[in-house]
Design a protein around this ligand. Structure first.
Ligand SMILES: NC(=O)c1ccc[n+]([C@@H]2O[C@H](COP(=O)([O-])OP(=O)(O)OC[C@H]3O[C@@H](n4cnc5c(N)ncnc54)[C@H](OP(=O)(O)O)[C@@H]3O)[C@@H](O)[C@H]2O)c1
Length: 424
């Protein structure tokens, strides 16, 4: 490790997060930490942008990545994102003796094992606390503060964009309108797939499971259900059930198998998870010895994420290393035993309820309640059935049969319901 009086830092990527890191470092002037280089493509444009206003004139701005990866800096802050070319660049940085702090969830979710091994071989730090929940220090808390427990359950809201959208839908808006609002506010990309289809949250869930439960899993093995098919009417029915709808990422360790899933789920209004609004993130961990611990705060945004990165940087500079318990590979299944919410849109005909009930009974699922709000036309009637706890695959088998019924106007919506017992 370089002398604490002389940690030279380079930022790779001067976008939302990278520029915020530069400003936080400059504003705080931590002893011994010196930002020396900023790398970005088209660097002249970046240097003249509003984001560069007020930064020290001493900074070296470069678009030659080798100048930072193999130059005389001690620590690289990576805020570009993506797997390619970042994996290769960070490998080169570690081999060249640089510490790495990154906010790159895709890279860590898919390549952590290899990169951490490389970091160990070169006696360098690779730290990624900003990759999950932005400014909420859930990764360092699990890596430092909860390793003494046996964490068996994680659930939470790991994608601020979906939380913004669903908490606005709770007020009565439809999906298409809240997506547009999220895009105008800069929370959702022009292509919102990674957020709304759950890929972003499941990458974060895998990073979190690795830190909290010491399991190595491939994000592609975690089932992800989209929020695209959730409608305003689902919030009305959820309210009647004492619930709301949120995109939930959850994982439960049972023996050598991790039960994991991401998707819109019904959450009891009494649960802390239902209290998070807007772009907030929320995580509840459950340990065998310590019980529940709740984390919440700003899951994204330049400044909150920069705080996580700068805190990592300080930890590396001060030689504070994480506990590194061995990580084991683990089988993954999307199966959960839970009550389910089924919403149908039907052309109303006598006998439809008994047909649905028959399909559920045939697979061994019991109906808990049937809800039908008044005021909808008979030719496009939304109504809801909830089940008693049953396996995800059991209810899916019934839904597959029900979807084929000629009175169904669209595929049924099937959502897991979290209960207090499932830390919902
Ligand atoms: N934004 C958040 O709230 C947040 C929260 C937690 C984690 N993160 C993670 O932080 C990282 C950065 O996110 P961000 O929101 O700051 O993204 P961003 O605003 O798009 O910034 C990325 C920066 O990297 C530059 N860049 C992209 N590809 C490049 C390449 N091949 N060579 C050189 N420069 C390149 C971009 O330059 P151009 O301007 O030329 O495109 C831009 O300046 C991502 O891994 C993201 O997942 C973000």
């Amino acid at each position: 490790m370089a002398n604490i009086s002389e940690i030279r830092v380079a930022i790779l990527g001067f976008g939302t997060v990278g520029s915020a890191v530069a400003h936080v470092l400059q504003a705080q002037r931590f002893p011994g930490i010196r930002l020396t280089h900023i790398y970005n493509r088209g660097v002249a444009r970046k240097r003249l942008s509003d984001r560069a206003a007020g930064l020290s004139a001493d900074l070296v701005w470069t678009e030659n990545v080798d100048e930072v990866l193999q130059g005389d800096v001690d620590l690289i802050v990576e805020t570009i994102g993506g797997l390619d070319p970042m994996e290769e660049w960070l490998q080169l940085a570690l081999r060249s003796g640089k510490h790495v702090v990154t906010a790159n969830k895709q890279l860590i979710a898919y390549r952590a094992a290899h990169l951490l091994q490389l970091a160990r071989e070169h006696n360098r730090a690779l730290v990624y606390n900003a990759a999950v929940a932005g400014g909420v220090p859930v990764i360092p808390a699990t890596l430092h503060g909860l390793q003494g427990d046996r964490i068996t359950r994680l659930s939470g809201i790991l994608n601020g964009t979906c939380n913004f959208m669903l908490s606005h839908m709770e007020q009565g808006a439809e999906y298409a309108d809240v997506l547009m609002q999220a895009q105008v506010a800069g929370y959702a990309e022009a292509d919102p797939t990674a957020d709304v289809d759950g890929f972003d949250a499941r990458a974060k869930l895998c990073i979190l499971a690795r830190a909290a439960m010491q399991v190595g899993i491939n994000p592609d093995d975690v089932p992800a259900q989209s929020i695209r098919t959730v409608a305003a009417v689902d919030f009305q029915y959820a309210r009647e059930l004492g619930c709301t709808v949120r995109q939930i990422a959850r994982a439960e360790l049972q023996g050598d198998t991790l039960h994991a899933r991401v998707g819109p789920m019904l959450v009891p209004k009494s649960s802390p998870i239902a209290w998070s609004h807007g772009t907030e993130n929320m995580v509840v961990t459950t340990g065998d010895f310590g019980g529940d611990v709740v984390f919440s705060g700003h899951g994204a945004g330049g400044n909150p994420t920069a705080v996580a990165i700068v805190s990592d940087l300080l930890a590396v500079a001060h030689g504070s290393s994480s506990v590194a318990l061995p990580v084991r590979d683990c089988a993954v299944t999307g199966e959960f035993q839970a009550p389910h919410y089924l919403r149908f849109l039907v052309r109303d005909k006598p006998g439809i309820v008994s047909a649905i009930s028959g399909a559920l009974t045939a697979v061994g699922a019991n109906i808990d309640s049937i809800l039908q709000r008044p005021g909808y036309p008979k030719d496009a009637l939304p109504f809801v059935v909830t089940t008693e706890p049953c396996l995800t695959s059991t209810v899916a088998a019934a839904v597959e049969q029900i979807a084929k019924m000629p009175t169904m106007l669209e595929p049924p919506l099937c959502l897991q319901m979290l209960t207090d017992d499932t830390r919902g």
